[in-house]
Design a protein around this ligand. Structure first.
Ligand code: PMP
Length: 430
């Protein structure tokens, strides 16, 4: 039985008085799906419980970090132990080296790691480093990719910016935007043309190796390898933004899955195990340019925070165990197959994109390979799908242009329950 959303609605009414839009990140608003956000009381495994006592099978997973599910006992235990010793010192701890070492061991392209507090900080700092190191200003970014909210990356951005229809935000000076060149995702020819014209001015390409912020869009065969080749040819850096994909699509991230070695990697989400962590990382020669080893300045009061780093270490320790990614793949394939079948039964032609445990159901019968094809999806129909699933106890991201995430905590029964809910909702849509 559904308890309704009375308490959530009350809390939201109160929140909008004190917090812009009632949320601390725009993606949490249910604006695009025409509703009010659900306020969460607690999470456990694959389940969320809202303040009205409704439970949901959660496919948001705090937008990616919770690959183990909510409150994994080993993460919770590690956090308890850490809490006994203090919450922040602003001085080095052994934990930071431990997490950095785990990342270095996981990613062949990475020799050194600098920890920060969010994905935004990671990409912003990586771009500064690329510019400082190459002594060039221009960067190439792909339409529909989201790399956090730094000015020069908030141009034709995906995620909430795309959902809310403000892909380029007011407040970004034209003089800042002028250094960001936008190319269509998966279009190597255009990138080649940009390099032919301006290659000597380009500090870096930044790319989501599997785009997850315009829905999920896998890289076309040869796309990432082509970017690697072009950047190497022109002395530019390749930055692979693995904030979402790192330790998600494979232990070493998409760069291991697709066998491409970037100069710099950005990380976040999973490496913080549900607490705020980001990182930028790469080859020694480049990372030596970061202060205090080198001249490119970047700092943070809470960077390498012991609690956050502890949650990250505990999470990676679990992910490193044999069979983990095979299990994630099996669970995700089970869901995909069930959803495909349910859609076909209802006579709906949808497009499913999935790489491992990140996936997306696009309400279009055309392939989705870039920003343009993603935005041809029927967002009104997605909104009805979302509302129907929520009512039936399945919590999805409230936008067509976001990824869904499977966790290790999802049981086959919960996956089958999700398929059953989708079967009913798909039928209501036609
Ligand atoms: N890069 C990518 C690929 C992301 O998906 C995100 C967040 N969804 C970010 C950067 C920004 O991370 P954060 O929200 O932690 O600032």
């Amino acid at each position: 039985m559904h308890n309704g959303f009375t308490k959530s609605a009350q809390l939201f009414t109160e929140a909008v008085n004190y917090i812009p839009g009632g949320v601390n990140s725009p993606v949490r608003a249910f604006q695009a799906v025409g509703g009010k956000p659900v306020f969460i009381a607690k999470g456990e495994g694959a389940l969320l419980t809202d303040v009205d006592g409704n439970t949901y099978i959660d496919y948001v997973g705090s937008w990616g970090p919770l690959v183990l599910g909510h409150r994994h006992p080993e993460v919770v235990k590690a956090l308890h132990n850490c809490l006994e010793k203090g919450t922040s010192f602003g001085a080095p701890t052994e934990l930071e080296t431990l997490l950095a070492k785990m990342i270095v061991e996981a990613m062949p392209s990475v020799d050194m790691v600098r920890l920060v507090n969010s994905g935004t900080e990671a990409t912003m700092s990586a771009i500064r480093l690329a510019r400082g190191y190459t002594r060039r200003n221009k960067i190439i970014k792909f339409a529909g990719c989201y790399h956090g909210h730094a000015d020069f990356l908030l141009i034709q951005a995906g995620s909430g910016a795309l959902t809310l229809g403000v892909p380029t935000s007011p407040g970004v000076p034209a003089s800042t935007a002028e250094h960001t060149i936008i190319a269509p995702y998966n279009d190597l020819d255009i990138v080649q043309e940009i390099f032919r014209r301006a290659g000597e001015d380009i500090a870096a390409i930044i790319v989501e190796p599997v785009a997850g912020n315009m829905g999920v869009v896998p890289p076309a065969p040869g796309f990432l390898a082509g970017l690697r080749e072009l950047t190497a040819q022109y002395g530019s850096l390749l930055i692979i933004d693995e904030v979402m994909t790192g330790f998600r699509v494979a232990y070493g991230g998409a760069q291991v899955l697709y066998d491409v070695e970037p100069d710099l990697t950005t990380l976040g989400k999973i490496i913080g195990g549900g607490l705020p962590v980001g990182a930028y990382a790469g080859k020694k020669e480049i990372m030596y340019a970061v202060a205090p080893a080198g001249p490119v300045y970047q700092a943070g009061t809470l960077s390498g925070n012991p609690l956050a780093v502890t949650a990250g270490i505990a999470t990676l320790q679990l992910l490193r165990r044999p069979g983990v990614y095979e299990t994630l793949e099996q669970k995700s394939a089970r869901l995909e197959q069930g959803l495909r079948q349910a859609a076909a039964e209802a006579g709906l032609e949808l497009t499913f994109n999935r790489v491992g445990s990140m996936f997306c159901t696009f309400f279009t019968n055309q392939p989705v390979t870039d920003y343009d094809s993603a935005t041809r999806s029927d967002t009104k129909q997605f909104a009805r799908f979302f509302a129907g699933m929520l009512q039936k106890g399945v919590y999805l991201a409230p936008s067509q242009f976001e990824a869904a995430f499977m966790s290790l905590a999802h049981s086959d029964e919960q996956i089958d329950q999700t398929i059953k809910a989708a079967r009913a909702v798909f039928k209501e849509l036609v």
